[in-house]
Ligand binder design. Structure first.
Ligand code: HEM
Length: 503
């Protein structure tokens, strides 16, 4: 028979009807799966996934309820938007839901799923978490790296002072805050500065910055072929080929950092500690494992803290009375004769409340990181089959009127008088796979924000409040990079003359 257009169209139509019929049969053979909206054959609900996803999921939960399901092509995805649902996931079901889904991006950026972020729950993941908590995040290690955090924050303060010593001046904050958190992490890892001024090798720094920003772009994207396998057979849009090529370059730069540390005499960076473990257990602490840790620290640990700082500064500029109260707290506790330091943070509850309130309204990972079920389980009475992808909409839970009074207003006071349970406020997730870098992030964000409040006055650029629209990306960025008016306070003269103590 001749392959005419009507013949092809009729065949495709029949195939789609058959597919729909089969998928409904499969659905009915697994009863009591969370409700879902009508879907299309083959792609399921992929056409509904408009960015930002946390808002799309929140809108769907308003009609479907706090636990609903979607089909990303061939994969079942369950989305949780309530605090009791999240609690059930990360207490009763914590182990069953402790796997991560695999996809093309993880195959490359996560070194074939061997990094701590993407490795399946099991011995290898446990070893990596133990290694991180001893070698990177232990109190001893964090204290040993305190001088890096102090030094980078002073760089930022000096940079701002150059512009604003005489009067209020407009400053662009986003790039400065991102530079701060990147330099802190990369100096901890390899002892190098790649952002801002005073760079040792600006060509190397530029290449590093270009590759890392591309890695963030990949991290925030997704490959349709992970859900519609037929697209993978033809490598739709060359996605995998380009990713593989890009990852070769990124891998080379990470390998370069390791090789450079091998040649260096001073032994103070994270890579040095890992290389000394490699000497005693070379078969486990391979270069690939070390490169995976470098990649994870950069991708999980930089943007998240920078985004929190940018949102916090935006809220402060929009709420001058909150800023004034925070400054009064810092002045009362620390004064103007010395710079705020990390040990002050526990004595500054209002500053901490501002950070909590910022992460409540703008969690840098609004959907946490996807989990996957390793076995059948139940959530909220619904059946969740093995290999289901689970997403928890922390952004929606943080704004749920059943949990929070006046949920969309910025009111740090709500944290002054009460401890909040983990299943209500979860910017770092909770349960086994919760963020291991939370302690470091709290130190960096607390010290940086406290220093900016102590050393400068801040105002809006015009009459209008700072635009708080969210963009899309790996972390939840602001669409408009933050610009504010800034003027140095007297303490900056002492900082510059070296006349302030560090304690
Ligand atoms: C404000 C800053 C940060 C926020 C809001 C944040 C948030 C998160 C969240 C929501 C998760 C996923 C939890 C889950 O799967 O349920 C996570 C995982 C992770 N974070 Fe963070 N994070 C921050 C900073 C950091 C830092 C500074 C590091 C390291 C330098 C880091 C390293 C990691 C790692 C390695 C994981 C994966 C853990 C695992 O899968 O076992 N994060 N983070």
């Amino acid at each position: 028979m001749e392959l005419t257009l009507p013949y092809i169209a009729a065949s495709v139509f029949l195939l789609l009807v058959a597919f729909k019929f089969l998928s409904q049969k499969i659905h009915h053979s697994r009863p009591n799966i969370p409700p879902s909206p009508p879907s299309l054959p083959v792609i399921g609900h992929l056409h509904l996934l408009h960015r930002p996803l946390h808002r799309t999921f929140h809108n769907l939960s308003e009609t479907l309820g706090p636990i609903f399901s979607l089909r990303f092509g061939s994969r079942l995805v369950v989305v949780i938007s309530s605090s009791p649902g999240a609690e059930e996931c990360f207490t009763k079901n914590d182990i069953v839901l402790a796997n991560r889904p695999h996809g093309t991006i993880g195959k490359y950026l996560d070194y074939k799923y061997t990094t701590v972020v993407s490795s399946p729950y099991g011995d290898h993941w446990r070893n990596l978490r133990r290694l991180m908590s001893l070698e990177i995040f232990s109190t001893n290690r964090l204290n040993a790296f305190l001088s890096i955090r102090r030094d980078e924050i002073r760089h930022l303060l000096r940079q701002l002072h150059q512009k604003s010593s005489a009067d209020f001046t407009k400053v662009e904050m986003k790039s400065k805050l991102y530079g701060l958190t990147f330099n802190i992490i990369v100096r901890m890892i390899a002892g190098k500065r790649y952002y801002g001024d005073d760079l040792e090798d600006s060509a190397e720094a530029a290449e590093f910055r270009e590759l890392v920003s591309k890695a963030f772009e990949y991290g925030g994207s997704w490959n349709a072929a992970d859900y519609v396998p037929v697209l993978g057979w033809i490598d739709y849009k060359g996605f995998e080929k380009n990713l593989a090529k890009f990852h070769k370059r990124l891998d080379l730069i990470f390998q370069g950092l390791i090789d450079e540390r091998r040649r260096d005499e001073s032994k103070n960076t994270m890579i040095d500690h890992l290389l000394s473990l490699q000497e005693s257990q070379p078969e486990y602490y391979t270069d690939t494992i070390i490169k995976g840790l470098i990649s994870v620290m950069i991708l999980a640990g930089t943007d998240t803290s920078a985004a929190t700082l940018e949102w916090a500064m935006s809220f402060l500029v929009n709420h001058p009375q909150v800023l004034q109260k925070a400054r009064a707290e810092v002045d009362a506790h620390v004064g103007q004769d010395r710079l705020i330091d990390e040990h002050d943070l526990q004595e500054l509850p209002y500053l901490q409340a501002i950070i909590s309130e910022t992460m409540r309204l703008c969690p840098p990972a609004p959907l946490l990181v996807p989990h996957m079920s390793s076995d059948d389980c139940t959530i909220g009475g619904y059946n969740i089959p093995r290999d289901t992808i689970l997403m928890v909409n922390a952004w929606a839970i943080h704004r749920d009127p059943k949990v929070w009074d006046d949920p969309t207003s910025f009111k740090p006071e709500r944290f002054e008088s009460r401890e909040v349970e983990a299943h209500k406020l979860m910017p770092f997730g909770f349960g086994r796979r919760a963020c291991p870098g939370a302690g470091l992030a709290q130190r960096v964000v607390g010290l940086a924000l406290g220093s900016l409040i102590q050393c400068f006055q801040w105002e809006r650029v015009g009459e209008d409040p700072v635009d708080l629209t969210e963009g899309s990306g790996l972390t939840m960025p602001k669409v408009e990079p933050l610009e504010t008016m800034c003027k140095a306070r007297d303490i900056m003269k002492k900082v510059l003359s070296g006349g302030v103590n560090d304690a």
